[in-house]
Design a protein around this ligand. Structure first.
Ligand SMILES: Nc1ncnc2c1ncn2[C@@H]1O[C@H](COP(=O)(O)OP(=O)(O)O)[C@@H](O)[C@H]1O
Ligand SMILES: [Mg+2]
Length: 362
């Protein structure tokens, strides 16, 4: 690195560097977290101007979140400075000179160091912001689910009585019109639809945890085997295989047996539905000191970002109309919550989705 010759020259360079630093500070203060690429571009262009030979200097900023390069760098003549985010190295700022006859100044390395520090601060700010946003989203989601729970519970309650009346009166009428075939058939339709609606209401009440619970010690293993036996025909019809991975014969927990079965059923039915032909559904169960874990893994298409966010909301479904009510997983979610457990869904690395339920043993 070279020293500058005259005082005037030195002063001029110093002013240029300070102006550059000032510009970059303003860019960073006004930076929008969503437009990091643009910000890096603006920083690079400003930084370029701070060098002794701006036209011959190219800048490259590399970070794990985004990168920018003013032009291809000259490999031979480079100075660089590491960027640190929360004390860990995360990329660097590089300046290169196209002209082999000139060289970098000591001050230019300092300038680069200051800029690297500023970029590091910016990246830290973005990371903090992103964490906050995701936390806020999670909270909003939990809020929405619990509000939905209350609303659905209300609706289910309100509908229960009139539905029972419709059913009761329809059956009474059917008795009275036994001889009239047409009326009798019409009434069958009324009854059929009322029963269907009652089922929906029942599911809603499950979702809202309005069903009475009977908690006792149960073994998860036979519950799984039982469900698989009952679903055997569904597996065969869909041409889907299953694999059970359970290391122990006894996985005891305190739960409502019917609701436990409902969790298993709903998850496996979804897995079958979304499995391709010859796909494999894997059911895993294991335990730790305090928890029982149940995993249902399929080889289907997995879930879109929207689905990942909304699967547990009542009425969310991607099935064609008539195929699904979008209530299965909200029921499961409600049951798991009432057992003080947790349920998450994630896409597998290769294909398909995994639903993981964790339930406390006591
Ligand atoms: N194993 C799975 N693979 C992919 N998507 C799934 C899976 N399970 C559930 N989903 C998504 O979640 C939605 C809601 O599921 P669910 O609450 O059971 O309602 P429904 O089965 O009536 O659609 C489904 O329509 C689908 O989009
Ligand atoms: Mg379902």
């Amino acid at each position: 690195m070279k020293q500058l010759t005259t005082t005037e020259q030195t002063l001029k360079e110093r002013i240029k560097e300070l102006t550059c630093l000032y510009d970059i500070s303003s860019i960073i203060v006004n930076a929008d977290a969503d437009q990091l690429q643009e910000t890096l571009k603006a920083i690079s262009l400003s930084l370029k101007k701070g060098f002794q030979f701006p036209k011959k200097t190219e800048i490259s900023i590399i970070t794990s979140m985004a990168s920018f390069e003013t032009e291809a760098l000259n490999e031979m003549l480079q100075i660089s400075s590491r960027i640190h985010v929360f004390n860990a190295p995360d990329g660097k700022v590089i300046a290169s000179l196209k002209d082999d006859k000139s060289s970098f100044l000591k001050e230019e390395q300092q300038l680069l160091d200051s800029v690297a520090l500023k970029i590091g601060n910016l990246l830290e700010r973005i990371e903090i912001q992103q964490n906050e946003t995701s936390l806020k989203r999670q909270m909003e989601r939990a809020d929405r689910l619990s509000i939905l729970g209350e609303i659905t519970a209300g609706i289910a309650h309100e509908l229960n009585t009139p539905l029972a009346n419709i059913l009761g009166f329809a059956e009474l009428l059917k008795d009275n019109f036994k001889t009239d075939k047409k009326v009798s058939e019409d009434l069958d339709k009324v009854i059929e639809n009322a029963i269907f609606s009652r089922e929906v209401v029942k599911k809603l009440m499950f979702f809202a945890c309005e069903m009475p619970q009977e908690m006792k010690r149960v073994n998860l293993v036979p519950r799984i085997k039982n469900a698989l036996a009952l679903l055997d025909a569904s597996f065969k019809k869909a041409n889907v295989k299953h694999l059970v991975k359970i290391e122990e014969e006894e996985l005891m927990l305190k739960a409502d047996t019917i609701q436990l079965t409902q969790i298993i059923f709903n998850l496996i039915i979804n897995a079958i539905y979304f499995s391709p032909k010859n796909g494999l559904v894997t059911i895993e169960a294991s335990q730790t000191k305090d928890l029982i874990t149940l995993k249902i893994i399929d080889e289907g298409p997995g879930l879109s970002n929207e689905a990942l966010e909304k699967v547990f909301q009542p009425f969310f479904t991607t099935k064609p109309t008539g195929d699904g009510s979008g209530l299965g997983l909200s029921v499961v979610h409600g049951i798991v919550a009432s057992h003080k457990g947790s349920i998450v869904v994630e896409n597998n690395l290769k294909k398909g989705a995994t639903f993981t339920v964790k339930l406390p043993k006591t």
